[in-house]
Every structure is written in C-alpha cells, then in structure tokens.
Ligand binder design. Structure first.
Ligand SMILES: [Zn+2]
Length: 209
C-alpha cells in the first residue's frame, strides 16, 4: 500500500476530529469516531460514530467495510480513528483485513482521561499492537500522532468528564514533545500545567492574516 504522507495524515486527522465534534455537538454521541480512507489515502469511503458502549466506531466501520468491499481492496485502505482501538475493535479491523490503522490518541491517555471505575468507559489496558502482533496478516499501525493526541484529549475531556470521571484531567502522560511548543488549542489551565509541572515552553501563535 502507498505510504501516507504528512499532508494526507493531517487532512485525515483533521476530518476525523471534525467528525468527532459533530458527533458530540449534533448527535449527542460519545467522542469516538473512525473513517476509512481509500487506497489513494485521500478519499473518505465511509465513517462511523460510536453508537453505544458495545458498538464502537471502529468496529462498526470495519464490519460495514467488510460487508461492502472486497478483502483485497480493504488491504489497501486506512482506518483513521480519534482514539486507539480497543481489543474488540482491533480484532474486527484484523478480521476485516484493513491494511493500515492510524489512531490519533492512545488508549493509555484515554484510560487516564476516563479514570478508574468509570461505568461509561471501562477502558481496557491492552495496546492494539499486541492484538495485531498475534495475527497472521500484517496491519500497519501509526499512532499516537504527535500534535493531534492533545487535541483529541482536549476535545474529549468535557464529555468524558461528564460521563463520570471525578477529577480534572491533566495531560501528564503526554510527553513534552515539540508539538507542544506551538499551540493554539489548549486552554490556559492546561498551558499553565504544561509550563509549571512538565517544564514545557509553550507559545501561543496566531495565524498571519
Ligand atoms: Zn473499541
């Protein structure tokens, strides 16, 4: 399958996060979405929201894709999700024969965000790469994606918080990567946290008009 360029990855990530915002704002869905890129790495073939606690976005998408496209074709497609697929979803991606997965934010970060004992989100602790490594065909995995993980976490924070998380999320699991040096999406509290606790130099930048 053709390599994913930075531009293609950014465009897909942007579309995925926008879809997630739409899911929350218009459809009152949880902040998890997935979309499927055609072999040209650009055309969005289909997308899915998270429909329930068992009908996750990635599983719904992978099943729908397997129903509608040939196995050999799906081997050349890319599933892009806002969050790392759980064990169920990774398994369905494998069985659907989707060739590549891009997830923007990790399950580890999600688990930190949802907290322990959150009945709405009893997040697993099982990296999707572990599932794929047990398979007989290869699924290329890209993620978490620097610069996008924090955006997804920020976007998901309020709704997951409302779903039962007791404490305010602090993105301490997010490394002090260069992506944090240029930010235009974090709130002041998060910026203060990154500066004081993580020692990250954070600059707000404005787009030139
Ligand atoms: Zn899942």
């Amino acid at each position: 399958m053709s390599p994913l360029t930075d531009e293609q990855l950014s465009a897909a990530a942007s579309a995925c996060l926008e879809l997630q915002r739409t899911a929350q704002d218009i459809h009152s869905k949880r902040p998890f979405v997935a979309l499927l890129l055609a072999p040209d790495n650009t055309t969005v073939l289909m997308s899915s929201l998270s429909l329930s606690h068992v009908r996750h976005a990635e599983t719904e998408l992978a099943r729908n894709a397997a129903d509608n496209y040939a196995r050999d074709y799906l081997a050349k497609t890319t599933l892009v999700s806002t969050w790392e697929p759980c064990a169920m979803c990774a398994g369905t991606i494998y069985w659907a024969n989707i060739g590549r997965l891009v997830y923007l934010a990790s399950e580890k970060t999600l688990r930190q965000l949802t907290g322990e004992g959150n009945a709405e989100n009893l997040t697993l602790d099982l990296p999707c790469r572990t599932i794929f490594a047990s398979g007989q065909t290869e699924v290329e995995v890209i993620g978490p994606v620097s610069g996008w993980e924090a955006k997804v976490a920020e976007d998901s924070q309020s709704i997951l918080h409302e779903a039962g998380y007791e404490e305010e999320f602090c993105p301490e699991s997010l490394d002090a990567t260069p992506a944090f040096k240029r930010v235009d999406f974090l709130d002041q509290k998060t910026v203060a946290y990154l500066q004081s606790v993580k020692g990250v130099s954070v600059e707000y930048t404005q787009e030139e008009n």
